[in-house]
Design a protein around this ligand. Structure first.
Ligand SMILES: N[C@@H](CCC(=O)N[C@@H](CS)C(=O)NCC(=O)O)C(=O)O
Length: 245
C-alpha cells in the first residue's frame, strides 16, 4: 500500500443510488480518483452538503483536517500522499485534460442537473433521493429543492434555452469530449489519470442510471463511450459491475 503512513481518509458524499459510485459527478470523480491512486478511504453518507467546508459534497476529513472541492482535495492528496496519476502526461495532454474538465464541470454538469431535476423523465427518478426525508415534510422539501434548482439553472443561464437547445448543447459537448479521447483503454492511452476520474463521474450518472434523455440515448449509441464506461467501472468498481453472462 502506497500510503501506509496515513490513516484512511473519510470521504463524505451522497448515499449511493442506482448501483453507481455516486449520482453526483463530483463525488464519483473523487472516489474514482481514490481508487486509481489506491489511497485508503472510508465513505460517510451525508444528505446535507451544507455541512461541508464549502457547503457542497464531496468533502474529506483527513485526521481532523476537513477540506472541500474535488479538485482542491485531489491537489491536497497529491501533495500529502506523494501520488500523481498525471505525472506522465505531456503539456498537450495536461491542457486537454483541463479543457475537458472545464467542459464537463462547468457546462455538462449544469445540463445534467437539468436532465435529472427539471425534465420530467429525470425528476421521476431523482425524487426518490428524498425518500429519507420524513413523509409529512417530504412534498414541501422536494418542491423547495426543485424550485431552488430551477432558479440556479436560470441564473447560470442554461434554463433560458429550450429543451431541444439544451439537449443539442449537451450532445455537442459530449461529441467533443469523445473526439478528444484516445482509443483507450484510458482517456490519454495506457494509464489512467485524473481526467478519467472526472469523465467517469460525468458519464456514470448519465449512462448507468435509468434517467432517460436524448443525451443518454446519444451516449448509448457510441460504442467507444459505452466500452469506456464499462471498462472504468469493471476496473475500479468491480463490486458494482454485474458479471457478464
Ligand atoms: N466544485 C465542486 C462542485 C461540487 C458540487 O457542485 N456538489 C454538488 C453535488 S453534485 C452539491 O453539493 N450541491 C449542493 C449545493 O450546491 O447546495 C467540486 O468539485 O467538488
Amino acid at each position: 500500500m502506497t500510503n501506509g503512513a496515513h490513516g484512511a481518509i473519510k470521504l463524505f458524499q451522497f448515499p449511493r443510488q442506482f448501483g453507481i459510485p455516486n449520482v453526483s459527478p463530483f463525488c464519483c470523480k473523487l472516489e474514482t480518483w481514490l481508487r486509481i491512486t489506491k489511497i485508503p478511504y472510508e465513505v460517510v453518507d451525508v444528505d446535507a452538503p451544507r455541512k461541508g467546508p464549502k457547503g457542497k459534497v464531496p468533502f474529506i476529513d483527513d485526521a481532523g483536517h476537513r477540506l472541500g472541492d474535488s479538485s482542491a482535495i485531489i491537489d491536497y492528496l497529491k501533495g500529502t500522499r506523494r501520488v500523481d496519476p498525471d505525472a506522465h502526461l505531456d503539456d498537450g495532454q495536461r491542457a486537454t485534460s483541463l479543457l475537458v474538465q472545464r467542459t464537463l464541470e462547468e457546462h455538462v454538469a449544469f445540463i445534467t442537473l437539468y436532465t435529472h431535476f427539471i425534465r420530467d423523465d429525470g425528476w421521476r427518478e431523482t425524487r426518490a433521493f428524498f425518500d429519507a426525508v420524513p413523509a409529512p415534510v417530504r412534498p414541501l422539501a422536494t418542491l423547495l429543492v426543485r424550485r431552488q434548482m430551477r432558479k440556479a439553472l436560470w441564473l447560470q443561464g442554461i434554463a433560458r434555452h429550450s429543451d431541444a437547445e439544451i439537449m443539442a448543447a449537451g450532445i455537442s459537448d459530449w461529441k467533443a469530449v469523445l473526439d478528444a479521447m484516445s482509443d483507450g483503454p484510458y482517456f490519454h492511452g495506457d494509464r489512467p489519470s485524473t481526467i478519467d476520474a472526472t469523465l467517469l463521474g460525468a458519464l456514470a450518472t448519465i449512462v448507468r442510471t435509468p434517467i432517460q434523455s436524448p443525451i443518454r440515448d446519444f451516449l448509448h449509441s457510441q460504442a467507444k463511450c459505452m466500452r469506456y464506461a464499462e471498462r472504468m467501472m469493471g476496473t475500479f468498481f468491480p463490486e458494482m459491475t454485474p458479471s457478464r453472462r
